[in-house]
Design a binder for this molecule. Structure first.
Ligand code: ATP
Ligand code: MG
Length: 288
């Protein structure tokens, strides 16, 4: 395994090519809108002609392919258990959104071993060369090995709703990530707000709490409204930005992505070439 790790390190050091920036979309509480936000952010990136890969990491409960109304024969577990390159499990929707499915069956549960970790690292290293951004749609909470991917991501989008339960859990998630020593930038999004004021208050409260108790500065990215178009789009299995591009939630998300991309140009510090894979390797193999 050390050999594998060394081989990887060498490959990273010699690679001068551009590597995708890695973004993870997380929450504490489930059902706050991570998957819809990940998917529609990917649509927005794609509309801006950025090469984006949407990577579903909600293993066994994945729903990216369902919300996109797309069929994927192979999933992440096929890649890990069989001899496939990662590229083989990348699918494209009719609209040109590239994604990897996490699978949605109990048989998808992954029992991680060192060989699988190495395979994943190698797959990610290769795929990072082909995209500008990789968006990881995470499972709710903090439990599985996929969490290491979250901790290694360049930028972390923390999603909350105005509900106190969602806010408390979002804070717990940030606390966990800080305790694990992440140096990623945190971007806060409030979803399902009744109005802009309520959303802003939610974000500001979370920002203040993070600063006071975690000494972590977080970026307030934006507020997305409660909008019936989200549910309608999910039912019709199309991303809301595609189905209802002029809806309130779509235009707000569009602005939010613009704001992120404007900031992104100035926040390159965490995007050293190879930093994502290096961090991941350390997290998995606990090396120096
Ligand atoms: N802005 C919104 N307005 C109205 N309904 C919304 C909004 N965002 C999400 N929803 C509703 O919440 C449901 C759950 O959203 P989603 O699946 O994106 O959450 P999630 O955080 O990924 O959930 P999980 O933790 O289970 O992965 C959607 O199917 C939709 O019905
Ligand atoms: Mg989800």
């Amino acid at each position: 395994m050390n050999d594998q790790a060394q081989k990887l390190r060498k490959m990273i050091q010699t690679s001068k090519e551009t590597q995708a920036k890695t973004l993870a979309v997380v929450s504490g509480k489930g059902g706050v809108g991570k998957s819809n936000i990940s998917i529609n952010m990917a649509v927005q990136f794609n509309n801006r002609r950025l090469r984006v890969l949407l990577f579903d990491l909600d293993v066994g409960m994945g729903n990216v392919n369902i919300i996109l109304g797309s069929t994927s024969t192979y999933t992440l577990s096929d890649f890990l258990y069989q001899d496939f390159p990662l590229e083989r499990i990348v699918y494209q929707t009719d609209e040109g959104i590239s994604y990897i499915s996490a699978g949605n069956g109990l048989n998808e549960a992954i029992e991680w071993n060192a060989a699988m970790v190495s395979k994943l690292l190698e797959g990610l290293r290769e795929i990072q060369l082909q995209y500008d951004y990789i968006i990881f749609d995470m499972a709710a909470g903090a439990t599985s090995a996929t969490l290491k991917i979250l901790l290694a991501a360049d930028d972390i989008f923390v999603i909350s709703t105005p509900e106190p339960t969602a806010m408390t859990d979002a804070y717990s998630m940030m606390k966990f990530m800080c305790a694990e020593g992440t140096d990623s930038d945190f971007f806060l999004i409030c979803n399902r707000a009744d109005n802009e004021k309520q959303g802003k208050e939610t974000l500001e409260r979370l920002q203040k709490t993070a600063l006071k108790f975690l000494q972590k500065e977080v970026v307030l990215l934006g507020v997305l409204p409660e909008d019936a178009h989200v549910r309608k789009a999910v039912i019709s299995q199309t991303a809301f930005s595609i189905k209802f591009p002029r809806s309130s939630v779509s235009t707000k998300l569009e602005n939010l992505v613009d704001q992120y991309l404007n900031q992104d140009r100035f926040l390159k510090k965490s995007h050293e070439p190879g930093s994502f894979i290096n961090k991941l390797r350390q997290l998995f193999f606990k090396e120096e």
